[in-house]
Design a protein around this ligand. Structure first.
Ligand code: C2E
Ligand code: CA
Ligand code: CA
Length: 329
């Protein structure tokens, strides 16, 4: 049996008088079906523990053969990811965002794409967590920042508009002590004003509860960089987070947007999120907008900005330039 104890200790010395939360994840491999020697059994118990953690921790899992297939794929992706940046296998795509009031393009979200000669195209949902795990997300994330800001400069110049760029940041990137200076330098190099950059984070970042994250978010805010709460509605959707940190934008998760035409509860929830965010002075982006019906409902509900396949898929830089040129005419 492999087990792993997760101990959550708040960063501050205050924790002395606090209750500590201990979780246990257990992976189980059984002799002789799951291995005939100790090392095989341990390795497979370890895979099972991975699964227990993926299930949300604080649970147990029995080893299955499929777990090895998942593990092999993970190792393959990890192996190919080393050097992928140097081999120019990554490309940033851009998905435009629209103002509900006048239908103008206000900016875009940068979304990373990876094409590898051996593995083909790998989705961000698969490779981002692996990049996070290995720490490769730091150089890869820097690539996204520099690429998207240089593109933004070109885009703004060509159209004479103050478009903004939204870039996703994952938790691991906050552990990079150079994060803030890197972003500042990149803005400077690309000649972009701080208010045109928006960083998208999920609640997961805030739930880490470390002081370095608080400090980084405060520093970004002081610089005038915008902060956006991604995937809102899926996690705890904590109102106190929205108040505690200087968010400018809330992005309603696409699962709710998909539900609004038919599902009464989703409709009510989106209505409530918009009312609440607006009373806090935040702008609301609805993501995953795919139909005219959704556009109409979101317009009626008073949503500020829309993003989704209805308008455009994420596209390469050149294509976005062409798209927004045609769109403006
Ligand atoms: P996300 O930040 O929630 O990004 C939105 C996802 O929804 C994107 O998936 C986008 O292509 C997709 N999407 C946009 N419009 C529609 C629509 O109308 N319908 C549907 N069904 N989907 C739509 P994508 O590009 O596969 O990215 C998946 C996730 O990977 C992102 O979710 C984000 O968490 C992560 N990711 C992507 N690029 C980066 C990056 O540069 N850095 C980091 N840290 N994470 C990234
Ligand atoms: Ca996002
Ligand atoms: Ca999202």
């Amino acid at each position: 049996t492999a087990y792993d104890i997760g101990l959550g200790i708040p960063a501050e010395p205050l924790f002395r008088s606090r209750e500590l939360l201990v979780t246990l994840s257990i992976g189980i491999a059984i002799y002789p079906d799951n291995g005939r020697c100790a090392s095989d059994l341990l390795r497979n118990a370890d895979s099972a523990m991975y699964q227990a953690k993926a299930l949300g921790r604080n649970t147990y899992s029995f080893f299955t053969k499929e777990m090895n297939i998942t593990l092999l794929r993970r190792l393959e992706v990890e192996e190919q990811m080393h050097g992928a940046l140097e081999r120019n296998e990554f490309e940033v795509h851009y998905q435009p965002q629209f103002d509900v009031k006048n239908n103008n393009i206000i900016g875009a979200e940068a979304l990373l794409r990876w094409h590898n000669p051996t593995l083909g195209s790998i989705t961000p949902d698969e490779f981002i967590p692996i990049a996070e795990h290995t720490g490769l997300i730091v150089p890869i994330g820097q690539f996204v920042v520099t690429q998207s800001l240089h593109f933004l400069n070109k885009w703004q110049k060509q159209h004479g508009k103050q478009y903004r760029m939204a870039v996703n940041l994952s938790p691991r990137q906050f552990r990079d002590t150079e994060l803030i200076t890197f972003i500042q330098q990149s803005l400077h190099d690309a000649n972009i004003t701080t208010d045109c950059l928006e960083l998208e984070i999920t609640e997961g970042v805030l739930m880490i509860g470390q002081s370095y994250i608080d400090n980084a978010l405060k520093d970004l805010n002081k610089l005038g960089i915008k902060l956006s709460m991604d995937d809102f509605g899926t996690g705890y959707s904590s109102l106190s987070y929205l108040r505690q940190y200087a968010f400018d934008v809330v992005k309603i998760d696409k699962s709710f947007i998909q539900g609004i035409p038919k599902n009464e509860t989703d409709h009510e929830l989106v209505n409530a999120i918009i009312a609440m965010a607006q009373s806090l002075g935040l702008k609301i982006v609805a993501e995953g907008v795919e139909t005219k019906e959704q556009v109409d409902i979101l317009t009626t509900l008073g949503c500020d900005y829309l993003q989704g396949y209805y308008f455009s898929k994420p596209v390469p830089a050149k294509q976005l330039l062409a798209f927004s040129r045609d769109f403006n005419h």
